[in-house]
Ligand binder design. Structure first.
Ligand SMILES: Nc1ncnc2c1ncn2[C@@H]1O[C@H](COP(=O)(O)OP(=O)(O)OP(=O)(O)O)[C@@H](O)[C@H]1O
Length: 620
């Protein structure tokens, strides 16, 4: 069986000690020959705060485009100070190090990684024994993300950065995502073509391909090229891929929980997620008889592409899987095994989770006299509104359960009944019946809260079993400016991805006093973006102040809530996460009934150590 869970010892969080022994002129690549990029990387004479980015190893071209395109980003975050050198500096063996990165939501991981990728050598010099010449080829970097909106966000950032510098404008940024069958856009526009991928990696043009796993697998399988034993064509994967970045890796692996039944494990094993097919295709499947690293995986890549794996919830379970069940990460080859090669030198493990982000970022920002207000204040508030059948609302009662329901372990029969009831309820939700429609009392209560609280932009996360379009319509009928999150397809969606520093600050300052006042008039009608969890992970809307959650079916695990809530409170900004659940008696008799949701939220808050704040409810 492919799956076995052997959790690793988690590395202690916090400081990072990296020894940067080798120089940037490694045999693994050459930097572009522009005067500015060939300047010494640690001797910036610039007095701007942006020079700190250059000290981390970013090229001058990238720092200049950052300054031009994102003027409000002045100093690197704590997380970026660790990840950028880890990606760019080679190990003592001279090869790029693989990177495992865990950092809080909104700590700048994805953005920092995008900057680092653009600073990697654009060309590869290698000796060809066939021609007996040194050949120079362009490099392709592959970014794999769980959903198309995040792919679009990466593409958007990269396009803005590369178009802001003449030295980066050669970059081809290509999307490889599946089209929405309900949307009229031609499918090939979104998916790209195998030929285009091939072209982009054959020409002298460096390229970055941002892909979702199913689209990439589909694309590769549609090619007539020679295949690996995993069914993926050799030539596409083999062509000069210098880096593979897997962002939000746990969402794509979708590992069964540690306590999964044999049946669930077998089911997972039968439908191996596409990201595993891709990575196994590149790095090779793990052999039982030892390490196989230097062979470069199934496709004989030389040199082996650097692997970067990142997520805010890269927990021991996921790390355990990657380390023990795959061949993806760099390992010492047999001949190199010895005292001189430590595994940490080959794989940088970075951990920036659970740090008091706001203060850390504020500290970093305070070095700059022009630090935007957005970096200086803010905490995320969490609230839960319980809505009765006839629409009356109240705040969650955090004490009831402890007082009235002392913990009593369930008997076997009770457990079975609870499980059956939950399955029945999930089945109901899955079916196309009226049950998929969220209750209208929740929608109405949410619309009222939205009108009272939101200054400009809020995100509503709905269960994956509900139709986003249908919910959008319902809100529109109530007079709310609602729309689905469709970054790739609507120009309006794209504008939400970038906000100037001033917009960001004003959005934040209204968060601390969210009700629009005469002093803080809102220029535009407040808008409600609607999506489900699988399409919101990793997204960054700089002017977002509120996240609403519709019912507890959205949040299956604490990590789900972490990702949902993480859409606000980014970079030390404030924000408010409000969950709406149905009211009802929270007793065992009501299992599967509405009241259980309040109990679920209480348990979730306790697990995450969240002390919910009260929201002002109309009419109370
Ligand atoms: N050094 C910085 N200073 C200020 N803002 C920054 C900085 N770096 C990135 N940002 C802003 O932070 C946002 C990007 O955050 P990013 O998506 O990279 O966070 P993340 O850690 O990947 O979050 P998540 O785990 O939710 O995906 C962008 O809006 C970007 O403009």
């Amino acid at each position: 069986m492919h799956f076995l869970v052997l959790p690793l010892q988690p590395r202690s969080s916090g400081s990072l000690r990296l020894s940067f022994l080798a120089t940037s002129s490694s045999r693994y690549g050459v930097r572009p020959k522009h005067p500015s990029t060939s300047a010494p990387r640690y001797s910036s004479t610039s007095t701007s705060g942006f020079s700190e980015f250059q000290h981390l190893g970013l090229t001058s071209a990238v720092v200049e485009s950052l300054e031009a395109a994102f003027p409000h980003i002045k100093t690197p975050s704590v997380c970026q100070k660790g990840l950028i050198p880890a990606v760019l500096e080679p190990s003592s063996q001279g090869a790029p190090r693989d990177v495992l990165l865990r950092g809080d939501t909104g700590s700048g991981k994805s953005f920092g990684l995008a900057l680092a990728l653009l600073s990697k050598p654009q060309q590869l010099k290698s000796y060809s024994p066939k021609t007996r010449k040194t050949e120079t080829k362009s490099q392709t970097q592959l970014i794999i993300v769980p959903h198309r909106e995040l792919a679009y966000q990466y593409q958007h950032w990269l396009k803005i950065l590369t178009s802001s510098s003449p030295e980066l404008k050669d970059y081809g940024i290509q999307l490889c995502i599946r089209g929405d069958p309900n949307h009229p856009l031609p499918r090939h526009l979104l998916l790209g073509t195998p030929e285009a991928l091939l072209r982009s990696s054959k020409t002298v043009r460096p390229s970055i391909v941002v892909a979702t796993p199913p689209a990439l697998v589909e694309l590769l399988q549609s090619s007539k090229a020679e295949r690996t034993r995993d069914g993926l064509p050799l030539n596409h994967l083999a062509l000069n891929i210098s880096t593979v970045l897997v962002d939000e890796v746990d969402a794509m692996l979708a590992l069964p929980p540690k306590d999964a039944s044999r049946k669930d494990l077998a089911a997972w094993d039968r439908h191996i997620p596409p990201v595993i097919q891709i990575l196994d295709g590149i790095y090779g499947k793990r052999r039982n008889d030892g390490y196989d690293d230097e062979r470069g995986g199934a496709v004989g890549l030389r040199p082996r592409p650097q692997l970067i794996i990142a997520s805010a919830t890269l927990n021991a379970h996921v790390r355990g899987y990657v380390f023990t069940q795959t061949n993806w990460l760099k390992r010492p080859s047999e001949e190199r095994q010895g005292r001189s090669v430590r595994e940490n030198d080959l794989v940088a493990r970075l951990e920036y989770a659970g740090a008091p982000l706001a203060s850390a970022e504020a500290g970093a920002a305070s070095n700059s006299s022009e630090a935007p207000k957005a970096l200086e204040d803010g905490a995320v508030r969490h609230s839960c509104v319980v809505v009765g059948e006839t629409g009356e609302s109240r705040n969650i009662d955090m004490i009831t359960e402890v007082e009235k329901e002392p913990f009593q372990p369930l008997s076997k029969t009770e457990k079975k009944r609870v499980k059956e009831e939950r399955e029945r309820r999930n089945e109901q939700l899955r079916s196309k019946s009226a049950a998929t429609k969220p209750p209208s009392n929740l929608i109405q209560a949410l619309a009222v809260q939205f009108a009272l609280d939101v200054p400009s932009l809020a995100l509503l996360v709905v269960p994956s079993t509900s139709s986003v379009r249908q919910i959008v319509e319902e809100f529109r009928e109530l007079g709310v400016e609602a729309e689905a999150v469709e970054l790739a397809e609507t120009a309006k969606g794209r504008t939400d991805l970038v906000a100037s520093a001033s917009q960001t600050s004003s959005a934040t300052s209204t968060t601390t006093s969210p009700t629009p006042t005469e002093e803080t008039p809102s220029a535009e009608t407040p808008r409600l973006l609607i999506s489900n969890l699988s399409n919101t992970r990793g997204l960054d809307f700089p002017s977002l102040t509120h996240v609403f959650v519709l019912g507890t079916d959205v949040v299956k695990t604490p990590s789900d809530y972490t990702h949902i809530a993480g859409r606000v409170g980014r970079f030390g900004k404030g924000g408010h996460v409000v969950t709406f659940v149905e009211d009802g008696p929270a007793t065992e008799e009501a299992v599967g009934g509405p009241g259980v949701d309040e109990g679920r939220m209480r348990r979730l808050y306790r697990k995450l150590d969240i002390d919910p704040t009260l929201v002002e409810i109309e009419g109370m």
